[in-house]
Design a protein around this ligand. Sequence first.
Ligand code: ZN
Length: 507
Amino acid sequence: MEQNLLIYNSLTRRKEVFRPLHPPFVGMYVCGPTVYGDAHLGHARPAITFDIVFRYLRHLGYKVRYVRNITDVGHLEHDADEGEDKIAKKARLEQLEPMEVAQYYTNRYHDAMAALNVLPPSIEPHATGHIIEQIELVREILDNGYAYVSNGSVYFDVEKYNHDHHYGILSGRNLDDIINNSRELAGTDEKHNQADFALWKKAQPEHIMRWPSPWSDGFPGWHCECTAMGRKYLGSHFDIHGGGMDLIFPHHECEIAQAVASQGDEMVHYWIHNNMITINGQKMGKSLGNFITLPEFFTGTHEKLERAYSPMTIRFFILQAHYRSTVDFSNEALQAAEKGLERLLDAYQTLQTIAANLSAYGAASAQPVTMDYVQDLRQKCYDAMNDDFATPNVISLLFDAARVINSVADRKMAISSEVLKALTDVFDLFAFDLLGLKKANSSGNSGDNSAREEAFGHVVDMLLEQRMKAKAAKDWATSDLIRDRLAELGFEVKDTKDGFTWKLNKQ
Ligand SMILES: [Zn+2]
């Protein structure tokens, strides 16, 4: 914890020294997925961004309670207060129980996160499991005079709130602009003001997800869950609240208003927001219909994908940009990320090779890699992480180190076992523990050297040699069968002029 960590706080719009409210404890809440479809690349970004924050804070010695919710009710279409519940709609279309839809996509989300090496949060609360807490929140806001009941629904009185406090403090919007820009949708006449938002919605007769409340049988407004669950698990004041920038307005602005209106002051100390992933310059989003899901990336089954990309390539691609910059998706960018990742993993592998046979490296005349260099590298990596989690800088420092390692491999530089161990430690800490990359991108030639993997590798080589024989005999059916079956198992086979190469894209 001796490191001085700077975090960009979206609320104050500047970098601030991170000082937890109750060290060594840190509370962090991050808005999780609405589980009505597969997670797409846009969902991978907050998950990976806050995984880095989680890993780094833990590394610094903090005891982090990381809460990431599952939204399984209340998130209506168009992110507004009208329209059908996203999960209920999916359930109706597929003739499933809403909870069946939520469970199915929650499981798929967990699988995708595990593939991306995103650590699970400490608590993963569901909105439907916290209806009582949300009703309590609505009651407090009503009691304090910042909400009103209208036809069985409860709305937040934004004008009244803004008179006493500041609605727009996070997004920088002012109320007049918000009113002028809000869309008048059918049924909003229940609201006193267009800018008001729902805290509780009375369910229409056909609405299947409903709970009893003092006001009507209905369901909570989307913004309630995070305020209610954040407070329940992290207390009425906690350190970090995170999410994508697209959530700043209205979701997080409404969360702040709900907190202040219910308990009198703001709950969150540092607001952290990751930027968006764009596709042809436009935000990638489910509601925009221009998204590519994570399973599609992993299998290469989407018309915009030239081929499959491993979860580690996706992770590396995202970490190559600072979390507050936009990232534009393209096949070229992903392929560049894949090459970059391979370069780093190869350098790490080379370190092992050098270590195993150190005496063969480093002629007496070669310039030595000094301990000062490694210590400087280590400190610069820390400096980058401390500067608002600057992962691209960490990566470029590791690339520099990879060049040094390759110079040793080429016998242009020499290295002692002590320096080599220190350099390996820097890789282990920053590339693997903190950036969360995985060591083995198993392939026939490199990757993890364990005896088991090597044996499995030989089996794949054997199969591919049979395929070469089949090809030579123009037995295309057998040749294609072997390739296709291997592809189903996650092996990517490439024909080369000397034969073949393969790698396993599953992590
Ligand atoms: Zn939220």
